[in-house]
Structure formats: structure tokens, C-alpha cells
Design a protein around this ligand. Structure first.
Ligand code: GAR
Length: 215
């Protein structure tokens, strides 16, 4: 039976689009039951509506506390019987209660080669550090911000003439490859997070996760 996926966004939703495209092509055995945004008017909501996917806006500013907002969001996600929760540019810090509720079935994508550059401004930080490589990571979400076990990583090279913008574009391109792949694995029950670590098929992926090579 196709898995029920709920995608959380705060912005343009290009990763959401990549996952929608991968479902359409038959690669992912799942369906997006809902797209939830904490901001109204963002382009990701339009992408979902255009594809006939249910959308919800839950504005964090309407809640007195983070805890109350997260509790309402968990209830909303549960109403779609989510097997998998996909954070795709969802720019909110989550409460421990929320994270625990979805632990093992919630993924995030982060624009760096974790554990490097948790938090914001990752492209700028990689450039300033003079790194020769940068990239993106899909990981299981834990209570530690950008700190959960790694599932898949894709690297890009940093060229001397790269700017923050050109680097962001390069990384985005890889994000759109590795996020659908990670969702495909979870929907096919090929990948899971166990007490031994992250397993893909019968292999333990180790601390860095699967190292994706761009084709
Ligand atoms: C992506 O680059 C994603 O890695 C980043 O937000 C962007 C969303 O783009 N996420 C984070 O920084 C989370 N810490 P999108 O809305 O076009 O998918």
C-alpha cells in the first residue's frame, strides 16, 4: 500500500516539487496526503494546489507558544495518517515532544555536508572557510537541531569563482536528487533508523550516510 507522506514547508517548495515529480514518475511508492505551511502565500502551496494536493496553513504567529503550535501541527499531521513526515525547507525549530512523536519517520534536508555547518547561512560559511567541497544532507530528525542520523549526502565542488548564489544553485540541484531518493527508500521500507544506526537494504550506512554521486 502506498505510504502517506505529509510535507512541511515554509517557502518555495522546490524540494517538494522534486518529490512530487518522483511520485508522478512512479519511483516513489507513496502519495502526498497534505502539504502544510507555517506561512500563507508561499509558492510551495501553489505547487501543491496545482497538483490537486490538500494544503493547510498553520500560522505559528497565531499561537501563544511553540509548544502549542507544535501540538496543533502534530494533530493536523496525524489527521492525515502520515507514515512519513518530510521537512522540505520548513524553517521552524521543533519541540522535543513533536520530534519524539514522529521519531524514525521524519526526515529533514539541510544545505551542508553535516555535521559541518548546522544552522543558517551554510553556503556563505563554506565559502568563508575556503572549503573545496560543500553539499547537502538528508537526515532523520532528532531533538538536536540538524543533528540526527544521516541517511544520504551529496557533495558539490566549490570553484574559485563561486558565489553564495551560484553555490546555493549547485546544492539545490543535488537536493532535488537526494531527497526523492531518500523518500523512495523509506516508502519502500528499504531504509530505516535502528539502534545499530541507519540501515539501507542490509547495509549499515555508517555515520556519514550513503554518499550519493551526481550523474
Ligand atoms: C533548501 O535548500 C533546504 O536545504 C533548506 O531550505 C531550502 C528550501 O528550499 N533547508 C534548511 O535550511 C533547513 N535547515 P525549497 O523550499 O525550494 O525546497
Amino acid at each position: 500500500m502506498p505510504k502517506s507522506i505529509v510535507v512541511l514547508i515554509s517557502g518555495s517548495g522546490s524540494n517538494l516539487q522534486a518529490i512530487m515529480d518522483s511520485i508522478d514518475s512512479g519511483r516513489i511508492n507513496g502519495r502526498i496526503s497534505a502539504v502544510i505551511s507555517n506561512k500563507d502565500g508561499v509558492f510551495g502551496l501553489e505547487r501543491a494546489r496545482n497538483a490537486g494536493i490538500a494544503t493547510e496553513v498553520l500560522d505559528h504567529k497565531q499561537f501563544d507558544s511553540r509548544k502549542q503550535f507544535d501540538a496543533a501541527m502534530a494533530e493536523l499531521i496525524d489527521s492525515y495518517a502520515a507514515d512519513l513526515v518530510v521537512l522540505a525547507g520548513f524553517m521552524r525549530i521543533l519541540t522535543p515532544e513533536f520530534v519524539r512523536h514522529f521519531q524514525g519517520r521524519m526526515l529533514n534536508i539541510h544545505p551542508s555536508l553535516l555535521p559541518k555547518y548546522k544552522g543558517l547561512h551554510t553556503h556563505q560559511r563554506a565559502l568563508e572557510a575556503g572549503d573545496s567541497q560543500h553539499g547537502c544532507t538528508v537526515h532523520f530528525v532528532t531533538e538536536e537541531l540538524d543533528g540526527g542520523p544521516l541517511l544520504v549526502q551529496g557533495a558539490v565542488s566549490i570553484d574559485p569563482d563561486d558565489t553564495e548564489e551560484s553555490l546555493q544553485q549547485k546544492v539545490h540541484k543535488v537536493e532535488h536528487q537526494i531527497y526523492p531518493l531518500a523518500v523512495e527508500w523509506l516508502c519502500a521500507d528499504r531504509a530505516k533508523w535502528t539502534s545499530e544506526g541507519v540501515i539501507l537494504d542490509d547495509s549499515n550506512l555508517g555515520e556519514r550516510g550513503f554518499q550519493y554521486q551526481q550523474n
